[in-house]
Design a protein around this ligand. Structure first.
Ligand code: ADP
Length: 178
């Protein structure tokens, strides 16, 4: 039984997953698990996608690599996909959104994304692909959509997630005491 929840922070690249996870890790003491970093460090890649100039992750290898840690609880799982994680591992799924295409465009182009990758990500955000993926993979009541356009959004989103995590811990402690 986990005493701290596992929270997925997902969304299109550039929506603010890293900034949210860093702030939440500091505020809540949860561990930031950047899947990009884990895949790189633990060699969980399958192939290189030349068109998108990015590595394709071997999902089975990735899940094997993180399972023992994640099952302990208390992780912020930071990735642009969420439907590969088993339902039983996850307590909350936060889908960050950036409704302003020009804001997202600027964030991604300043990263040096080339045109195909940039357009693909903007389209994914416009069509809400990640939100749909989250709603299909997890129970509706654990999926939360939050806007991440302005600086203030980061603070208010983190405050909401903090309240949710505190409530989860209290409920869990009460259930364990019964
Ligand atoms: P992701 O991890 O989802 O790819 P990042 O957290 O790296 O996104 O954010 C991309 C860029 O956008 C960073 O420069 C970050 O500071 C900025 N950013 C993200 N969310 C916000 C926000 N709500 N307000 C202002 N800037 C933001």
């Amino acid at each position: 039984m986990r005493t701290a929840p596992n929270v997925i922070i997902t969304g299109t690249p550039g929506v603010g997953k890293t900034v949210h996870c860093e702030q939440l890790a500091q505020d809540l003491g949860l561990k930031h698990l950047s899947i990009n970093q884990v895949a790189k460090e633990r060699d969980c890649y399958e192939t290189y996608d030349d068109e998108r100039k990015s590595w394709v992750v071997d999902e089975d290898k990735l899940l094997d690599a993180i399972e023992d840690e994640v099952l302990q609880g208390g992780y912020l799982i930071d990735w642009h996909a969420c439907d590969l994680f088993p339902k039983s591992w996850i307590d909350l799924v936060v889908v960050l959104r950036c409704p302003s295409t020009s804001v997202l465009y600027d964030r991604l182009s300043s990263r040096g994304y080339h045109e195909t990758k940039l357009q693909e990500n903007l389209d994914a955000e416009i069509f809400g692909i990640l939100l749909e993926e989250a709603r299909e993979a997890f129970e509706e009541e654990i999926v939360v959509e939050l806007n991440s356009e302005k600086d203030d959004d980061v603070d208010s989103n983190c405050a909401r997630i903090t309240t949710w995590v505190d409530t989860w811990k209290k409920t869990q402690a009460e259930q364990n005491a019964d």
